[in-house]
Design a protein around this ligand. Structure first.
Ligand SMILES: NC(=O)c1ccc[n+]([C@@H]2O[C@H](COP(=O)([O-])OP(=O)(O)OC[C@H]3O[C@@H](n4cnc5c(N)ncnc54)[C@H](O)[C@@H]3O)[C@@H](O)[C@H]2O)c1
Ligand SMILES: N[C@H](CO)Cc1c[nH]c[nH+]1
Ligand SMILES: [Zn+2]
Length: 423
């Protein structure tokens, strides 16, 4: 990790940059794949699956036999863990479905708003380097609560042309309606445009690598809704002298192991803590099966010593991390002052990985500074909010003058007439 001590404010922006890659070359490559799928449908999907995933598929859809086998083959302990996680995620998200209260703005004029599930949604489940079946719970459960009717899922196949049984099990558990062996740009293209096999959806959800994220952004420019740019995972730990260096190192490594393009940050007012955390990182890294990936991510990562916790909070808000852990005394008071973060973990006993799997909050979160303006996925992401109104004859009489005066001032006589004709 690069170390910065008391950096001047003018340097923060440069220090807090995410790992950069050549976005122009990426966009060109992604746009070409999107276009080919749009033109050639399934044939292009199979071509790119062979090219990028190294497998020739005859069938893109998962078969009923594969679904049955997945349920049978999954260990009972994993099914039990998935059940506990799913129950917590359901409990947290169910509470988000807002009721439709009727507001009488004037006597005889009643207005209300109702959340209606987006009919067809597409879920992208990453699977390039790890089969993230937990993401199915994070997307499928709110989609279900929202009342989405068609829930399409795409995830990259293995070299043997299979999907991990845990992916197939979780998909069935949350009520996914169609499952396809498709990854990367080709998966996003299939759901965005539709092909002979894959139905077109109205909104695409889910995290992914740089190809997936770029494809989602390009189809958004073409008019399709997406959840948000949820790219390489990040965590920022804000720590003072009450923090435990071994816990911090474990938290940093938990996100570093996602991918070489992940970034983790330690921000503290205690210089010695950095040395202690670095020693722990070395010790814990050696024991990780994904140590090569995590070690690469640590090369993109930073430890920043600030003169005070006050300034550390300002820097953390500037960074807008996907995940923020506050391992400080007065963590609740500090949390009140956080204005930019995807999800916040308070105290020494809230490791970020509990949020990744099972505490109940959603792990599909904005990365790359997008937490300044985007929220993570919730039930809201899966609904449209339709407004309604009903007026009585007396209600219309009451508001007529207001509307006709305004319509005539805008020079829109037909608007005014639509009111006066009824009086
Ligand atoms: N922000 C969040 O909420 C969140 C949540 C979970 C995971 N993530 C992130 O999701 C990412 C998952 O990435 P992943 O790679 O493991 O899986 P992935 O499923 O996103 O990507 C795999 C696909 O990428 C495509 N691909 C690979 N190399 C390519 C190339 N050279 N050209 C074109 N396409 C190519 C392939 O089609 C492959 O199927 C990680 O970066 C992780 O940090 C983020
Ligand atoms: N940390 C990821 C979001 O950035 C989510 C995840 C899934 N599995 C493990 N972690
Ligand atoms: Zn994670």
């Amino acid at each position: 990790m690069d170390l910065y001590i008391n950096p001047a404010q003018e340097t923060w922006k440069a220090i807090l940059q995410r790992p950069v890659f050549d976005a122009s070359a990426l966009q060109e490559k992604v746009a070409a794949v999107l276009n080919e799928v749009k033109l050639n449908g399934d044939q292009a999907l199979k071509k790119y699956t062979a090219l990028f995933d190294g497998v020739e598929l005859n069938e893109l859809a998962v078969t009923p036999d594969e679904l049955v086998n997945a349920v049978q083959s999954l260990p009972a302990a994993l099914k039990q863990a998935i059940a506990v996680a799913a129950a917590n995620i359901k409990a947290f998200h169910e509470n988000q479905l807002a009721g439709s209260e009727v507001i009488e703005t004037m006597p005889g004029i009643r207005c209300w708003r109702k959340s209606v599930g987006i009919e067809k949604v597409g879920l992208y489940i990453p699977g390039g380097s790890a089969p993230l079946f937990s993401t199915i719970l994070m997307l499928g459960i709110p989609a279900n609560i929202a009342g989405c009717k068609e829930i399409v899922l795409c995830s990259p196949p293995s070299k043997e042309g299979t999907l991990n049984p845990a992916i197939l099990y979780a998909a069935q558990l949350v009520g996914v309606t169609r499952i396809y062996k498709l990854g990367g740009v080709q998966a996003i293209a299939a759901m965005a445009y539709g092909t002979e096999t894959v139905p077109q959806v109205y909104k695409i959800f889910g995290p992914g690598n740089q190809y997936v994220t770029c494809a989602k952004q390009l189809v958004q420019q073409q008019g399709l809704a997406i959840d948000m740019p949820a790219g390489p995972s990040e965590v920022c730990v804000l720590a003072d002298n009450t923090a435990n260096p071994a816990f911090i190192a474990a938290d940093l490594l938990s996100q570093a192991e996602h991918g070489a393009d992940s970034q983790v940050l330690l921000v503290t007012d205690k210089k010695e803590l950095v040395t202690e955390v670095e020693q722990e990182l070395t010790r814990q890294l050696e024991q990780l099966p994904r140590r090569d990936i995590a070690a690469k991510a640590l090369e993109n990562s930073k430890a920043i010593v600030m003169p005070s916790i006050e300034e550390a909070i300002a820097l953390v808000n500037e960074y807008a991390a996907e995940h923020l852990i506050i391992a400080c005394e007065n963590e609740e008071a500090i949390a009140e002052r956080i204005s930019n973060a995807g999800s916040v973990f308070l105290g020494n006993y809230a490791p970020e990985s509990v949020g990744d799997y099972a505490s109940g909050t959603n792990h599909t979160l904005p990365t790359n500074g997008f937490a300044r303006s985007y929220s993570g996925v919730s039930v809201d992401s899966f609904v449209k909010k339709i407004t309604y109104q009903k007026l009585s004859p007396e209600g219309l009489q009451r508001i007529a003058g207001t509307v006709t005066t305004m319509a005539e001032a805008e020079g829109l006589q037909a608007h005014a007439n639509a009111v006066t004709i009824r009086l």
